[in-house]
Design a protein around this ligand. Structure first.
Ligand code: ZN
Ligand code: ZN
Length: 446
């Protein structure tokens, strides 16, 4: 059986051989951006590429998700390599779909390339046969928690339980045969170098709010109406007044968008919708801020004599990076790009964003490292993956090499991680926790 280093050489060689094929996958997805739970073209492309590689897979998980499998020479743990499929909506982005505004302003298109790239590496002769365990290749929908009205509708129709990709994968049992997972997100932060790892993220609750007023002639009879837009504005001002009560160490972020502001200018707005987020460092901090935010929504309705329907949707949990997986990822990343291109963030560093990889990290060992190669601020019109070698090829190699470390030698390192692991929740506890965070309240301010 080839030695570990020999396997790693084979993996890197195979990825280099198919470099153009791998990068082309990412570029194709960049050119066809699709937001969460609408990734039909992306999903089809992933299926076609897995077929080309001869990888057996299942499609249509959580509407658009795809899961393939590579089987090792002997039984052992299963390591998932995850790629996120969804785009954001950032109209004005150079690669935005002119009709929908969808754009890969978070670099998820690079993740599908790197996940398939890692598969290409692991398919090199003798590699999987030398390993004790399996690899799950997972193209997961909807990491960006956007289009809340659309997702709520899918939920009400029974097409979605939880309303983000990895959350729904967990609920559907798609992770039940997986023991640990990794993915790599692109970054444009110069201080991250070619690879960065560590830190945590905010958790959150998602808000879907409907202010209900009464339509009336805006010029002739405003006294006969109830202005839902004014109710919403009072609520948002009240939220802003609350900001001084938020503790710095809770890293609270409250933000949102008005998705409907009224139907016509000469009719008093009677149906106004707001989609938002309450983020924070811990579940308790989020609940504390969320209670204040809900009071503000009620205050807006009360002031105007409107009603407000407050829907609180289970969002994400803060990220926990597994320490042993981190070390192992670092070893391979440093081997590829050198020590001075690898950045380790302190364990409690929190840049304010959120990911549903945090949810998965509560039930199994995971890591969520970053790879460079992008420029411009994330989620902005400037965010572009420029260097595909750094953003796609490098992480593909490092993930494949990390799999070898985990599953080589009778999967000794994977077994060591599992033996030491104390998950924060079981899958059942996770589902119970999320289900009690789903709340709907109709408040009548009239
Ligand atoms: Zn993002
Ligand atoms: Zn992202």
């Amino acid at each position: 059986m080839p030695a570990r280093d020999e396997l790693k050489e084979k993996v890197q060689f195979a990825i280099d051989q198919r470099k153009e094929w791998i990068i082309q996958v990412s570029r194709t997805i960049l050119d066809h951006p699709e937001p969460g739970f609408l990734e039909t073209k992306t999903s089809k492309l992933v299926s076609e590429k897995l077929d080309e590689l001869g990888i057996h897979h299942q499609a249509g998980i959580a509407l658009t998700g795809v899961k393939g499998r590579l089987t090792g020479g002997r039984p052992g743990p299963t390591v998932a390599l995850i790629g996120e499929m969804d785009s954001l909506k950032v109209p004005g982005h150079p690669k935005a779909d002119p009709e929908t505004g969808a754009a890969h302003a978070c670099g998820h298109h690079a993740q599908i390339g790197m996940m398939l790239g890692a598969a290409v590496g692991l398919l090199a002769p003798e590699v999987m046969q030398s390993l004790a365990g399996n690899v799950a290749l997972m193209a997961v929908p909807a990491e960006e928690f956007i289009d809340v009205e659309y997702r709520w509708k899918l939920h009400e129709e029974g097409k979605l339980g939880l309303m983000a990709g990895k959350q729904e994968f967990i609920r559907l049992g798609a992770f039940d045969d997986v023991d640990m997972a990794m993915m790599v997100h692109t970054t444009s932060r110069e201080y991250d170098g070619k690879f960065a790892l560590g830190g945590t993220s905010n958790g959150h609750l998602v808000k879907y709010i409907q202010f209900v007023g009464r339509a009336a002639h805006a010029g002739g009879a405003p006294h006969a109406g109830v202005n839902a837009l004014q109710a919403a504005m009072i609520a948002l001002n009240a939220i802003n007044a609350q900001r001084e009560t938020m503790r710095n160490d809770h890293t609270i972020r409250i933000h949102g968008i008005m998705t409907r502001g009224g139907a016509s200018v000469n009719s008093i707005p009677a149906d106004v919708r707001y989609e938002g987020r309450v983020r924070g460092r811990t579940t308790e901090a989020i609940e504390d801020a969320n209670a204040k935010v809900d009071r503000c929504f009620r205050a807006g309705a009360l002031a105007m004599g409107a009603a407000v329907n407050i829907i609180t949707i289970p969002g994400y949990l803060p990220m926990i990076n597994n320490e042993t997986l981190k070390e192992l990822f670092k070893e391979n990343a440093v081997r590829l790009v050198g020590e001075n291109q690898f950045v380790t963030h302190p364990r409690y560093r929190n840049s304010g964003g959120s990911t549903d990889m945090g949810d998965l990290s509560h039930i199994m060992p995971v890591i969520h490292p970053y790879a460079g190669g992008a420029t411009g601020h994330g989620h902005s019109t400037e965010y572009m993956v420029e260097d595909y070698e750094t953003a796609v090829i490098n992480p593909a190699k490092v993930m494949a090499m990390a799999v070898i470390d985990l599953l080589d030698n009778d999967a000794a390192r994977a077994q060591e991680i599992l033996a030491k692991n104390r998950p924060a929740m079981t899958r059942e506890q996770y589902l119970a926790f999320q289900s009690q965070r789903l709340r709907e309240e109709l408040y009548e301010g009239r």
